[in-house]
Design a binder for this molecule. Structure first.
Ligand SMILES: C[S@@+](CC[C@H](N)C(=O)[O-])C[C@H]1O[C@@H](n2cnc3c(N)ncnc32)[C@H](O)[C@@H]1O
Length: 212
């Protein structure tokens, strides 16, 4: 952020966004532990099918793109699914806005933006700070499901998880198949399942790298 004025404006927007998200959670979500979270849900194809097949699980999909969330909400409404929510939100801001008691069960990150250019790698979602922050919020039996068609990103995430004690890559099958938009365009893709080990567990009130 170059100018102090721009930095202050950005901080004010993020502050307001956190307050809006907290209000949304208070109005719409029970403090249910172990909700299913999809990050970058796009048009909501996967999570709508998942929520339909798992009516007992509370599912929440987020995406940065307003129009994608609008389509996902229409899909949810047509299917009349009370256990499914879609919300326009940035993943880190979302995480910072959750109440301290709220935990995730399964987390799906399906075909996240790969940012192939080296100078853009810093924009990739699944990096150590974020993996640490979500492991701090992982509830009983939580799992991370990651799928991408971009092999270098897959390798990077695998290596990061291996080098970080808070997560363990496990040989478990994919729990639920439903083709996403980006999956339908991919020739090949790679999938990974990881479980939090507890070693990276820290107080959810103060996950490192994420300030509340
Ligand atoms: C390549 S698309 C994949 C969409 C969908 N998962 C699929 O497989 O069809 C990546 C999506 O992630 C969203 N996204 C990127 N960064 C995000 C972030 N930090 N927080 C929330 N959503 C994000 C984008 O808006 C986009 O819709």
């Amino acid at each position: 952020m170059e100018s102090p004025t721009l930095a202050a404006q950005y901080a004010a927007i993020v502050h307001q966004r956190r307050a809006d998200l907290r209000q949304y959670f208070a109005n719409n979500l029970p403090v249910t532990p172990n909700f299913v979270w999809e990050i970058g849900c796009g048009h909501g194809h996967f999570l709508t099918a998942y929520a339909q097949a798992h009516p007992e699980r509370l599912c929440l999909g987020i995406d940065l793109a307003k129009d994608r969330i609008a389509r996902a909400v229409r899909k949810r409404d047509r299917a009349k699914l009370a256990n499914l929510h879609f919300l326009q939100a940035e993943a880190r801001v979302f995480l910072e806005s959750l109440s301290p008691e709220t935990t995730f069960g399964d987390i799906f990150v399906l075909f996240p933006d790969p940012w192939p250019k080296a100078r853009h790698h810093k924009h990739r979602l699944l990096q150590t700070d974020f993996l640490r922050a979500i492991s701090a919020r992982a509830g009983q039996g939580a799992r991370l499901f990651f799928r991408t068609d971009y092999r270098p990103y897959f390798d990077e995430v695998s290596q990061t998880l291996e080098g970080y004690p808070g997560w363990e890559v496990v040989k478990e099958s994919w729990p639920f198949e439903f083709e996403t938009v980006f999956q339908s365009r991919a020739e090949h893709y790679h999938s990974l399942v990881a479980r939090p080990t507890g070693a990276g567990a820290i107080s959810p009130t103060s996950p490192p790298g994420i300030s509340g």
